[in-house]
Design a binder for this molecule. Sequence first.
Ligand code: UT7
Length: 320
Amino acid sequence: MPCGRITGTGSGLPERVMTNADMEKLVDTSDQWIRERTGITQRHIASDEETTSSLAETAARNALSAAGLEPGDLDMIVMGTTTPDQLFPNAAVLLQSRLGIGGIPAFTLEAACTSFLYALSVADKFIRCGEARRILVVGAEKLSPLVDWTDRSTCVLFGDGAGAVVLEADDEPGVIATRLHADGQYRDLLYFPAGVGRNFPRVSDSRIQMKGNEVFRVAVKSLGEASRAILEDQGIGRDDIDWFIPHQANVRIIHATARKLDMPAERIVISVDQHGNTSAASIPLALDLAVRDGRIQRGQLLLMTSFGAGFTWGAALVRM
Ligand code: UT7
């Protein structure tokens, strides 16, 4: 049975970089607080013209080029995002139109920061059942319009961006396994308070709400448990993992999770310092960073794990 193998990765980041010094001009914060409590030094913030689908297009074209493919070689697009340009057509269809490839299925999954792992898992299933051979999997977000730029406890955290991978059918894994979870009992700890069914007229006045401390605690527990479970399920030891690529929300969450797994610091990919928390884009952005700077090599084993609003969480084991 074939499974999905990542043959190309790509990023799409807004041009504008906001540093911690820029944040100091907006709210009562300091570069020192942000670096010590989150590990973030800068984030990219999209302009009015840059949207989730435009950032996704850049990431997609970079991933396709790395895979040596053209958009027309794809037979499916699966996108993870919480911040589509518009409610419909879905964000993957807007991306498809930007890539100029009509006809193939294109759909979007929303699982907050875990959206990319959900998308990767679903795409891999399509390859395993033989319905697709070349799938573009994207995680993309434009979170900045949802951020309360007067709330120092959240505005310093988030960034915009997109990451993409090309998943191709291969007899050798590839995506070895994925584990997905969700628990809606935590829906009030991290949420956006408006949508079609609630506060509809006030969508543009609404902002991200988060109880940071409580989210932090459950994040460390869930990321650790999902990672340990997928390793146990597959009979793979921590020492077999070449690179640990966790969701990039806060460097303290990353290190606390790594300690639970006994994962050495030198095997962790960290990009939250450069990108902030880009939700669905965080894992594919971190992956692309480490592929392009030469750390991640073909044949190496990756453990990815993510956590987000809902809560949703999960893990993936991927052979490059
Ligand atoms: O992607 C989905 C998941 N999201 C996350 O995983 C985020 C999880 N949570 C976190 O990363 C952290 O909880 C935060 C970074 C949000 C907050 O860090 P913390 O160490 O938990 O800080 P805290 O909320 O306990 O606040 C400590 C202090 C407070 O002051 P007092 O009450 O002790 O006087 C805050 O008002 O830090 C203050 N504070 C700030 N100070 C300067 C909060 N934000 C800031 C800020 N600059 N930006």
